[in-house]
Design a protein around this ligand. Structure first.
Ligand code: SIN
Length: 477
């Protein structure tokens, strides 16, 4: 990969912090230091905002077809660098190499998809009440976009924001999570290689609070897109008031997986394995609450335990590994607390976590039943490879239990009766529902939630609207 440096990209140039400060990035599996990245000062952050502000004036004038070609070129470069990018993701994030490779295809798909959308930003002509008047609606880029991205998908979450913003004609500032900045810097290097003009993409690293506040308070930044916790999302909503910024928020989830008594149990178990253990349970759309019909609960639980026992926990670089480490000690402490409190509160730990080396953040697959809705493990986002199983007696009860959460990101259900499945899906208060399917993420599908899981959609034909503003032209002849 040409140009790749452990520095920030501002106005097309690699930059250290002006005061020389850095932050370490470590491998969550080996705990070894991978790199030190700049911890930018406030004035460095301002120079990234200024750079994006200037570049916006240039980028918005570049014809859509040209922007589209550049994005497609970037998609191809991402695929061409799969090996390096996958190794970087696994090193800093921990997920198994095969999952990292999957993430790269997923990320490249966003650039490919939005390269195709860039040339379809069509307006409207609306009939007026008078023959001498025309009403036209055009769509224009919103301006400078700042993206605050999470550590669980260091490439894909950045790609789905950057691709849509650039396709719309916006310039872009990325602030990756402090745990996983290296993948974002690698993507920054590829944007240069793809020929995207200087300043259109800026990637900055450093203190999350200071950078977040600088981006939120800047009148130049017209939109902020964030994937992360509901808690931080609420802070951003409050901060956005000052400059009336547009937001896209993809926040926490608490996904239920409903297994009906007529479900194909082996398919439901395979869906559960993917939907729960992907990325060691560290995705916003991971199954958090298993809701299994009481008639099939013993069969489902036994089969899930059998499959969970087959999963190999270890370093993501090892090709046999299915489940890598949790991202850090805080994550480990949270998952441990939730399992211990469920056990204290009367849940049955059918498959306890197998012992792991002291000091590591590995958390082996765990299956717990007899869960009740009062338990913390039911109410909080686990973000770890723990299956919490409750039962229900009828569809009404399943819907009431599934919807009883402030979150509304993803939900899943298994039934062989399509009519029943569709009517249950319509009653689930979530932005995305997988029917006999837990692999729901795709560039062409609208990703996003309702309620406290946020607003706005990413990917799909809807995703570009979040980066556009409508302008109405009233033309009198
Ligand atoms: C997330 O965890 O927020 C994203 C997961 C995905 O895109 O599949």
């Amino acid at each position: 990969m040409k140009n790749f440096r452990f520095e920030c990209l501002i106005n097309g140039m690699w930059r250290a912090s002006s005061d020389g400060k850095t932050t370490p990035v470590t491998n969550p599996s080996s705990k070894k230091l991978l790199a030190n990245v700049p911890s930018l000062s406030k004035s460095d952050v301002q120079s990234a905002i200024d750079s994006a502000g200037k570049a916006f004036e240039l980028w918005r004038e570049i014809p859509a077809r040209k922007r589209s070609d550049l994005l497609l070129g970037l998609a191809n470069l991402i695929i061409a660098h799969t090996d390096t990018l996958a190794a970087t993701i696994t090193a800093e994030q921990g997920k198994p190499l095969a999952e990292s490779r999957g993430e790269i295809t997923y990320a490249a798909n966003y650039f490919r998809w939005f390269s195709e959308e860039a040339v379809r930003i069509n307006g409207d002509i609306i009939p007026s009440d008078s023959n001498s008047k025309r009403i036209m609606v055009i769509k224009q880029p919103i301006g400078v976009v700042a993206a605050i991205t999470p550590w669980n998908f260091p490439l894909a979450m950045l790609a789905r924001k950057m691709a849509a913003a650039l396709a719309a004609g916006c310039s872009f500032i990325a602030k990756p999570a402090p745990e996983t900045p290296l993948t974002a810097l690698a993507l920054a290097a590829l944007t240069l290689e793809a020929g995207i003009p200087a300043g259109v993409v800026n990637v900055i690293t450093g203190d999350a609070e200071m950078i977040g506040a600088a981006l939120m308070h800047s009148p130049t930044v017209r939109k902020v897109t964030f994937t992360g916790s509901t808690e931080v999302g609420k802070i951003l909503i409050r901060q956005s008031a000052e400059t009336v910024k547009k937001l896209t928020l993809e926040l926490g989830g608490n996904a239920p997986l409903v297994v009906c008594d007529d479900a194909d149990i082996s398919k439901a178990v395979e869906g559960a394995v993917f939907g729960k253990f992907r990325n060691a349970g560290q995705t916003c759309i991971c199954v958090n609450r298993f809701l299994v019909h009481e008639k099939v609960a013993p069969q489902f639980t036994d089969a899930l335990i059998t499959r969970a026992k087959q999963l190999v926990v270890g370093d993501g670089m090892n090709s046999a590994t299915d489940i890598g480490p949790l991202i850090n000690n805080d994550a480990l402490a949270k998952v441990t607390r939730l399992v211990e409190s469920a056990s204290r509160e009367g849940a049955k730990v059918n498959l306890p976590p197998a012992p792991t080396p002291a000091g590591s953040t590995f958390f082996p697959p765990t299956v717990i039943s007899n869960i009740t809705p009062q338990m913390s493990i039911w109410k909080e986002e686990i973000f770890g490879p723990v299956c919490a199983i409750a039962t229900f007696a009828n569809d009404e009860e399943a819907i009431a239990l599934a919807n009883n959460t402030p979150h509304g990101l993803a939900a899943y259900l298994y039934s062989t009766n399509l009519n029943r499945a569709l009517s249950l899906a319509e009653r689930l208060d979530f932005g995305m529902v997988g029917i006999n399917d837990t692999s729901i993420s795709a560039a062409q599908a609208p990703f996003g939630g309702i309620k406290e899981s946020g607003f706005g959609r990413e990917g799909s034909k809807y995703g570009i609207d979040d980066y556009l503003v409508l302008k109405y032209l009233s033309v009198q002849s």
